[in-house]
Ligand binder design. Structure first.
Ligand code: KIV
Ligand code: ZN
Length: 511
């Protein structure tokens, strides 16, 4: 069996999805979950792209111990220096430096000749090697590059010290046969290829990212890059959970191993979906809500007689339905602390108190508190910024009657510490609530999206609301969960507004 390393880029390529803006605390929580999932390498961001990305990559590098942490850099000395500053405290820092190699990119974007591109790639890999032991070099738009040019440039960057050669299908253009052939050609023609690992990185514009990645693995690639739920720019990246499960279910065809813990798939997918606000379509392979449901009578009959008739993946394999009843109304603090440690959380005593209070409040209203509920509480607490001046909800009331205009009354404390209160109407309960919040909050707000869903099943499931808005001209998203849909709506609105106050400096302090 050949081992394949899993390189997750949810926090870099995935975060480039339109409308996604994760704050540093959310990124750290996703990174912790990726570590539990067992990814070998995680790309935490693009440190030179913004101060926020730099701080997030640094915080992740300092937190993660069991995965290698990498950051992206353009082929410039200053990007590499900034990446080193962000990554140097990691348990195993590595650099990912890229430069385009296709005729169209070299001519129109870089305005450089192939010889100039080769020289820059070699110089920057040598420069990076002075700091990083592990350097991945990516030939951007490799799948549309000339094969003999690829052979020449790869030979030279390996001589310069690159330890991984990544050949991305940047625009999602290639087919499995073509992509596999490219790797075979490189393996057969680059004389020093044994000194580096080959990596694939696929985009899903033609819906072939996972198939292309599998074809690459069959042709000698030992590192596969992708994102959770396949999020990413345009049509997204290859879905890592689909690749992982395909390798597992079709071991007969794919004799490869990974370090992934498959039962963490559902939780990882839920977390990424919740924090990014990017819903997983119900029919999505492996993690969609319908992936294990059998609606048609014929299927149900078969599944009841023997699950193997229509089910090739068991829900348990990917952590669906492992939603045991965990703790109840009478569970004490000690049992609660044990449970959350088992779940892999380390909370300060202040946050532990807060989590225990939220859990107790939930047991008053909800019959069964599941793992999923606990995760929602814990992730909310872990990602709530402390020591930040912000708006806080004190109390609210909404009156609704089918014949009357709904009216909301809200009391808030402002970032200046003042208590303010007012009432407004709206054509629906949520609108009344949001009109009232807008009247109390002095920032300029334009709500662009509102999405309500439930966490888990049952009539007493937690409600979760995602909103998108502009606050003082900045695009932000917000998230709130509660047992009541209006409370979740209010929390999501305030959470989005408060994001403009979460300066990176304060966030780093609160970690
Ligand atoms: O798709 C791509 O080419 C990339 C590179 C930066 C590796 O994301
Ligand atoms: Zn990409």
């Amino acid at each position: 069996m050949v081992h394949v390393n899993i390189f997750d880029t949810t926090l870099r390529d995935g975060e480039q999805s339109p409308g996604v803006n994760l704050n540093q605390l959310e990124k750290v929580e996703i990174a912790r979950q990726l570590e539990r999932f067992g990814v070998d390498i995680m790309e935490a961001g693009f440190p030179a792209s913004s101060q926020g990305d730099f701080e997030a990559v640094r915080a992740i590098a300092r937190t993660i111990k069991n995965s290698s942490v990498t950051g992206l850099a353009r082929a410039t000395k200053s990007d590499i220096d900034i990446a080193w500053d962000a990554l140097k405290d990691a348990a195993e820092p590595r650099l990912h430096v890229f430069l385009a190699t296709s005729p169209i990119h070299m001519h129109y974007k870089l305005m450089k000749t192939p010889e100039e591109v080769t020289q820059i790639a070699v110089d920057m890999v040598s420069y990076a090697k002075k700091r990083f032991q592990h350097v991945e070099w990516s030939a951007e738009d490799a799948s549309r590059s000339d094969l003999d040019f690829l052979v020449q440039i790869i030979t030279k960057v390996i001589d310069a010290g690159a330890t991984v050669i990544n050949l991305p299908d940047t625009v999602g253009y290639t087919t499995p046969e073509e992509y596999g052939r490219m790797f075979r050609y490189v393996r057969e023609n680059v004389p020093n290829i044994h000194k580096a690992a080959l990596s694939c990185h696929c985009h899903d514009d033609l819906g072939m990212a996972v198939a292309n990645s599998l074809a690459a693995i069959e042709n000698g690639v030992t590192q596969v890059e992708g994102t959770i739920n396949g999020i990413g720019e345009r049509a997204g990246n290859a879905s890592l959970e689909e690749i992982a499960v395909a390798l597992n279910i079709r071991k007969d065809k794919y004799p490869y191993t990974t370090n992934l813990v498959l039962k963490e798939i559902k939780r990882t997918s839920d977390l990424v979906s919740r924090f990014t606000g990017m819903k997983v379509p119900p029919n999505k392979a492996v993690v969609g809500k319908n992936a294990f449901a059998h609606e048609s009578g014929i299927h149900q009959d078969g599944v009841l007689k023997n699950t193997l008739t229509y089910e090739i993946i068991t829900p348990e394999l990917v952590g669906v339905n492992s939603n045991d009843l965990v703790l109840g109304k009478h569970s004490g603090r000690h049992a609660f602390k044990d449970k959350i440690e088992q779940m892999g959380f380390e909370l300060s005593s202040e946050k532990l108190n807060e989590a225990f209070q939220s859990f107790k409040q939930l047991t008053d209203r909800k019959k069964e508190v599941t793992d999923e509920d606990l995760f929602t509480i814990l992730f909310d607490i872990q990602t709530a910024a402390v020591d930040v001046k912000k708006y806080e909800l004190v109390a609210f009331q909404v009156q609704y009657a089918s014949a009357n205009l709904p009216t909301a009354t809200v009391a808030l404390t402002t970032p200046e510490g003042l208590r303010v209160e007012t009432a407004r109407t709206g054509s629906g309960s949520v609108e009344a609530l949001y009109n009232t919040l807008e009247a109390l909050i002095k920032e300029e707000i334009d709500l662009t999206d509102f999405n309500l869903s439930s966490v888990g099943r049952g009539h007493d499931a937690l409600a979760e609301v995602h909103v998108k808005m502009t606050v003082n001209g900045t695009n932000v998203s917000g998230r709130g969960s509660a047992q009541d849909v209006l409370e979740a709506s209010a929390k999501a609105f305030i959470n989005a507004v408060n994001r403009v106050f979460f300066t990176q400096k304060v966030l780093v302090k609160s970690l």
